[in-house]
Structure formats: structure tokens, C-alpha cells
Ligand binder design. Structure first.
Ligand code: IDP
Length: 135
């Protein structure tokens, strides 16, 4: 089934010059870029995106991180895109993510883990509407 998913290439990836590396993995897999924009978000946008995490202990430093510099937001489309992107991203903690995944190859952090991918069709719909209301 063709799906759309919201991906963030987070500020650590932009700072480290890894946008092309990350994006090329999604493109090489066969996913289509439907929309893409570099943005430097404020705390309100971070809170809206991570609304299920705002009460958690790890959230304040996560908010500081995602607002610390520009990120690249994109919508990808393809067969089973939500699950496919999460598999390409790898486990949340870069230290535990499998080699071959973005996080497994390129991150040593539980927070600065380079990418976000929507975790369900409901999240994808909500996040795409939040980031790209024109779609
Ligand atoms: P996901 O990005 O793999 O879906 P979530 O559990 O939804 O993981 O967490 C959202 C983001 O919050 C993670 O990508 C990571 O940047 C950060 N995060 C999650 N758990 C922790 C933690 O225990 N310490 C620090 N940051 C965390």
C-alpha cells in the first residue's frame, strides 16, 4: 500500500554535513520526495511535533536540540513508506541501532540520532498536516 511519511533530518545531521548521505539512502531505496524544506523551528513547533513526549524527563534537552539549528523536513512516499523509513532509520539509540541503518552507521547517541520518521499512519497524517499543511 502506498503511504506518505514525515521525515526530519535533524540539526545534528545538518551540522555534520550528512543531509546528502541520509537523503541518498531514502532515494536509493526508491522512495519519492513529495515535499522538502530546510527550517529552523521554534519551541512551539517542537512541542507540537513531539506532543506525546513534552511531559517526559528527556524532553527539555530534546527540545533544545531540535531547535538548536536548521533541520530538513520532508514527506516521502512509497510502498509501506512508514515502516520502510523506520527500518532505514534504525533503533532510536544510535549505540544500539544495527549497522546498515542511518543511526547504526552514523550516530552514537540516544538523542542526537539524525532522523525522525512517523511511527504510524495516524502519526504520519498528523505530522504531515503540521509540517506541510498545503499537502
Ligand atoms: P523515535 O525517534 O525512534 O521514534 P521516540 O521514542 O519517539 O523515538 O523519541 C523521539 C526522540 O526523542 C528520539 O528520536 C530521540 O531524539 C529522543 N529520545 C528518545 N528517548 C530518549 C532518551 O531516553 N534520552 C534522550 N533522548 C531521547
Amino acid at each position: 500500500m502506498t503511504q506518505r511519511t514525515l521525515v526530519l533530518i535533524k540539526p545534528d545531521a545538518v551540522r555534520r554535513g550528512l543531509v546528502g548521505n541520509v537523503l541518498s539512502r531514502f532515494e536509493a531505496k526508491g522512495l519519492t520526495v513529495v515535499a522538502m524544506e530546510q527550517r529552523h523551528i521554534d519551541a512551539a513547533q517542537a512541542d507540537a511535533h513531539y506532543h506525546e513526549h513534552v511531559q517526559k524527563d528527556f524532553y527539555p534537552p530534546l527540545r533544545d536540540f531540535v531547535t538548536s539549528g536548521p533541520l530538513v523536513a520532508l514527506v516521502l512516499e512509497g510502498d509501506e513508506a512508514i515502516e520502510v523509513v523506520r527500518a532505514i532509520n534504525g533503533a532510536t539509540d544510535g549505540r544500539k541501532a544495527a549497522p546498515g541503518t542511518i543511526r547504526g552507521d552514523l550516530s552514537l547517541s540516544n538523542r542526537e540520532n539524525l532522523v525522525h520518521g512517523s511511527d504510524s499512519p495516524e502519526s504520519a497524517a498528523r505530522e504531515i498536516a503540521l509540517w506541510f499543511p498545503q499537502l
